[in-house]
Each structure stands twice: as structure tokens, then as C-alpha cells.
Design a protein around this ligand. Structure first.
Ligand code: PEP
Ligand code: MG
Length: 357
């Protein structure tokens, strides 16, 4: 997008995740005609489909999921071969809300999405009203994000009950955003047990987003308290590198910076040592420079934008994890020789373990 010269016509196809600069007038879509899911703006079908059993070039099994906020995105991701949803961003439907959503409002939003995911992984993230996703009723002062959710009477309970009801047929998991303390995890786990008792559901797995630098650095302390980690490279890279997410210089490839990579290695290692699952759901998972490094650090579950699934599957199939691990260790070693910050040691340790696994 930054490379496009000013003054040109462009079409942003938000369903397909494509910006088409200087579109061919012959193939320009009629905006009044709805398209089938999986069909790009140009009328071309989305490229390929991820295989059911996805493996790297050296035979490592990888699970590829999709990031969604709507039923349309979920259909697109599944039609591209995603095994399920690795990140359902529930806050997107409510960024214009005038109060905390009721249980009924959550159900209205969740039912069409989770209905498509029967028998499949469905990782539902709790409302993350932070950054650029803060609704009018929380602006401009006062707590935001997880702090606001935990502090608003009934808000968490309403969402959890709706998640358990709408997700009954799925392989459901609940994901807590922006976690900074074990107390937050304990609060959500207690609320989840209460909601499960009220709805007659089995308590699903509970995981945390690792997207705050101090949480990533202390991953070993969080691991015994949760069922899985999901690494949010968007917020993590932004904080570690001091680049605002709204800054045009922000891009997923920044996660290849050794300061970020070392933290990802720390998280992957803590998960492996504790025996919990770890995935990456930030945009770096769909970035061809960073994806092999994530695989090299031992990550085997990735969740990417719904429109990116076939392309990312092809990149995964072409990656040799041993070569990728060597590449990751070289980046971390070069950074530590150059004395760039603390933490590379842990990242290198993660790679060493991965290479001898
Ligand atoms: C992230 O921060 O990487 C992430 C996946 O969460 P979001 O982009 O919704 O903040
Ligand atoms: Mg985030």
C-alpha cells in the first residue's frame, strides 16, 4: 500500500484482504453484486486450499487456523482449508457499542460464527477493548481492555455464558487478551467455572494472549496457570520496539527483530517445558520472513487472517524447520554478539532445544 503512488484508483477488497491498485476495468466487480466466500474481488477464486494434513518440507505436522471476526471471514478461512478458528476477535462487532454487551447481544454475534465451527477448534477471545478498538462508552478516560472488562459488573459473566452456549458443538477454548498478571488469570478461571456451572457446560480450555513484554519474559510463571499460550506479535512487537501500531512504519516483519524473536523463543520454551500448547496469532504468522523463524523456534500452531490461509499453507509446506531453526539462532547470536538487549540467551536456548528435539 505504501508503494502505491498517489492519485491512482484502488479497490480495497476487505473480504479477500487484497488492495488492487489500478484495477483492470474489465474485471472490476460490481459492488452491488455479493460474491461467494473465497472468491476474490477480481472474480478469481482464492488461490488453492490448505491440505487437510499440513506438514513442513521436513515432515513436521503444523496446524493452521484462521483469525476471524464474522461468519463471512469464518467461511472464507474454512474454504481456504483452515482447521478452525485460532482467534475470534469478539470486540470488533462492538466497537460502536454504547454500553457493555448483554448476554443476548453476545449470543447474536457468536452463534452465526460458532455454528460454522462444529467439531473444530474455536478459540474465542474475550472482549479486547484496547488500542484502536475502544467503543464510545469507554472513551476517553478510565480503564480499557481487560482491566475494564474485569471491573464492569456482570460484563465478563455475560460474555462467558454466551460463549459456552454458542460454542457447545465446537472444540471450544477461551482466550484472555492483554494479560499482565496471574491474578487476572485466576479471576477469569473462577468466572469460567461459575459460567460453566450455570450453563451446564464443561469448562473449556483457558489460554492467554502473550502480547505484553513483561508477560512474555515471565512466560515460565504463567505456563502452569493456563492451558495454552497464543502469542500476539502485533502488540508485542509494537511495545518492544516502541513503534505505535498506527504508525505507518509498523509491519508484521518487525517481529523478526531479535528483541522480539528472543521473547517469542522464551514463550515457546516455557510452553514446551510445562507441556502446554503454544500458537502465534499475530500478523507475523502470515509474514514470509517471520513464519519460518516461528517454526524454527518450535511453534507448530499458527492462526492467520482468513484470506491468507492458502498462501501461508504453501509457505509452511516449503519450510525446512531445521534450516529455519539455524536461521533463528544465527539472528539471535548476531544480536547478542552486538550486545543488543537482554533475553537473546533464552531465545537461543529455545532454538537449541528445538534443533535437538
Ligand atoms: C496481536 O496483538 O498480535 C493480536 C493478535 O491481537 P490484536 O491484533 O487483535 O490486538
Ligand atoms: Mg493484541
Amino acid at each position: 500500500m505504501l508503494a502505491a503512488a498517489p492519485g491512482h484508483q484502488a479497490i480495497l477488497d476487505a473480504d479477500a484482504g487484497e488492495l488492487i491498485v489500478d484495477p483492470d476495468p474489465q474485471t472490476q466487480p460490481d459492488p452491488a453484486v455479493p460474491r461467494r466466500p473465497g472468491q476474490a474481488a477480481s472474480g478469481r477464486p482464492a488461490a488453492g486450499r490448505a491440505p487437510r494434513e499440513l506438514r513442513t518440507a521436513d515432515g513436521e505436522p503444523v496446524t493452521l487456523l484462521c483469525n476471524v471476526a464474522s461468519a463471512a471471514e469464518t467461511r472464507l478461512g474454512l474454504s481456504g482449508g483452515a482447521a478452525g478458528a485460532g482467534l475470534l476477535r469478539t470486540e470488533i462487532a462492538f466497537t460502536g457499542a454504547s454500553s457493555w454487551p448483554s448476554e443476548a447481544a453476545h449470543l447474536d454475534q457468536l452463534t452465526p460464527v460458532l455454528g460454522l465451527l462444529a467439531g473444530r477448534p474455536a478459540v474465542v477471545r474475550l472482549l479486547d477493548f484496547s488500542g484502536d478498538k475502544v467503543p464510545p462508552f469507554l472513551r476517553p478516560h478510565g480503564p480499557q481492555g481487560l482491566t475494564a472488562l474485569l471491573g464492569a459488573p456482570g460484563a465478563l459473566d455475560h460474555q462467558l455464558r454466551a460463549i459456552l452456549r454458542a460454542g457447545a458443538g465446537t472444540r471450544l477454548a477461551v482466550l484472555v487478551p492483554m494479560v499482565t498478571s496471574l491474578d487476572e488469570v485466576a479471576l477469569v478461571r473462577a468466572a469460567l467455572a461459575k459460567a460453566a456451572a450455570e450453563t451446564g457446560a464443561e469448562p473449556p480450555e483457558l489460554g492467554i494472549m502473550v502480547e505484553v513484554a513483561t508477560t512474555a519474559a515471565a512466560a515460565g510463571e504463567f505456563a502452569p496457570a493456563v492451558d495454552f499460550f497464543s502469542i500476539g506479535t502485533n502488540d508485542l512487537a509494537s511495545e518492544v520496539l516502541g513503534v505505535d501500531r498506527a504508525d505507518p512504519r509498523t509491519r508484521p516483519a518487525l517481529a523478526a527483530d531479535p528483541r522480539v524473536l528472543a521473547l517469542i523463543g522464551t514463550v515457546a520454551r516455557a510452553a514446551r517445558q510445562t507441556g502446554i500448547k503454544v500458537s502465534v496469532c499475530g500478523d507475523a504468522a502470515a509474514e514470509p520472513l517471520v513464519l519460518p523463524l516461528l517454526l524454527g523456534l518450535g511453534v507448530r500452531t499458527l492462526s492467520v487472517g482468513a484470506a491468507r490461509v492458502p498462501q501461508v499453507a504453501a509457505w509452511i509446506a516449503a519450510t525446512d524447520t531445521k534450516a529455519a531453526a539455524r536461521q533463528a539462532t544465527e539472528i539471535l547470536a548476531a544480536a547478542s554478539e552486538a550486545g543488543q538487549g537482554a533475553g537473546q540467551g533464552a531465545g537461543q536456548e529455545a532454538v537449541r532445544e528445538e534443533m535437538t528435539r
